[in-house]
Design a protein around this ligand. Sequence first.
Ligand code: NI
Length: 157
Amino acid sequence: MAIRNIRRMGEDVLRKTSKEVKEMTPRTQILIEDMFDTMYEAMGVGLAAPQVGILKRIVVIDTYEDGECFVLVNPKIVQRDGEQTGDEGCLSMPGKIASVTRPNHVICEALNENMEPIVVEGEGLLARAICHECDHLDGILYPDVANESMRDIEIEE
Ligand code: NI
């Protein structure tokens, strides 16, 4: 188990296009494990490899709903339907949120940690997380597609 350093908005690595994963190596398996550890430690619902400084097309997602925990290697969103508008955050911009409109339903083709093809269908939060994390692989951050400027999260007491 290893927690990696999460890169913050403003760092160049978050603006680069990540490369496809050609084969699963022990090094990449460790990266995936570390990405889950790092995401859970930061209490996030998703993390993309460039957020830990690695330009590989890998994302991890866990919405904390049953069966909604995945690693997606070389993900491609092949279908988008509907619309949802709601607040979104990112571990690379801690303490901030903004309203983002996303599809309410997506179908995503990817490979799993064994490089086997999988199809993930997501609605609501899972659809939002898939879109957000896939954007990271192309250097897109949510403020680029948000309906407003980022604002501070208000802490309710
Ligand atoms: Ni993010």
